[in-house]
Design a protein around this ligand. Sequence first.
Ligand code: IPD
Ligand code: CA
Ligand code: CA
Length: 278
Amino acid sequence: MTAAAAAPITVEAIAARYRAAQQLAREAGEHASAYFRRLETLTVESKGTQDEVSIADRDTEAFIRARIAATFPDDGVLGEEGGDDRAGKRLVWVIDPIDGTACFVNAMYTWCVSIAVVVDGTPTIGAVYDPNAGELFHAVSGAYAAVSGGAWVNDRPARVKAVPDFRGGVLGVGFSHRSKPDEFTPFLHALLTNGGMFYRNGSGALMLCYVAAGRLIGYYEPHINSWDCVAAIAIIQAAGGRCNDFLAHDGMTRGNPIVAASHALYPTLVAATGKQIT
Ligand code: IPD
Ligand code: CA
Ligand code: CA
């Protein structure tokens, strides 16, 4: 280990990035909103089955990257649209400029900006901004949890809702064509036969934040990418919830399944997925 790698990352360094992440998520949300208001002028390109992108995604990510580079030039960055320059970095910003692009390009309002900072491989800072609802979900979790003193929706505390089983509320789900339908439909069967109900709004980041805020009782998606969920994982953990070890097995690069719920519901949710998820 080098001397630089061994240097402690201070609480002040985390607090500065927490403030910056909140501000940046809000500003990036307004930046993307300017495109949303003139949607008819955007050209939408396909990246794959049910996977689209426009200049709004690319330009909003460029806006976020420029601000990070100006303020924290030594930090790493991984973003959905702009690539990966995090080699050897202990502080890594993980950004999705628009999560819920399919909604965005079809004039639906459930999309958000998701910004995380991963510290030494641990999801630590999360800031997720929904400009249409005017809601910023934000928190610091883990060793630096005292920096935020819990999880927040704007200035209101966010807490995961603890229910004993699926009858206790509505569960968020996600699916992309990175997974096979057969991996997912048995889960829906298990959820419904046990008295549950599902919700999907097209933004994994936003639905995960609804778990943090106690609106949804949990979330499952068989494969999701790190930029979709790492910010929300930090927020859910700070809100008293439990997520799988998402960054295991190089989840940062390759993605993984995501399971999130209260500690009470988590084992039931994992069992319903039919997968070995820790
Ligand atoms: C997608 C959304 C969707 C989820 C997918 C993501 P994008 O992100 O979060 O809800 O099911 O796994 O890829 O393409 O809108 O940024
Ligand atoms: Ca996304
Ligand atoms: Ca995106």
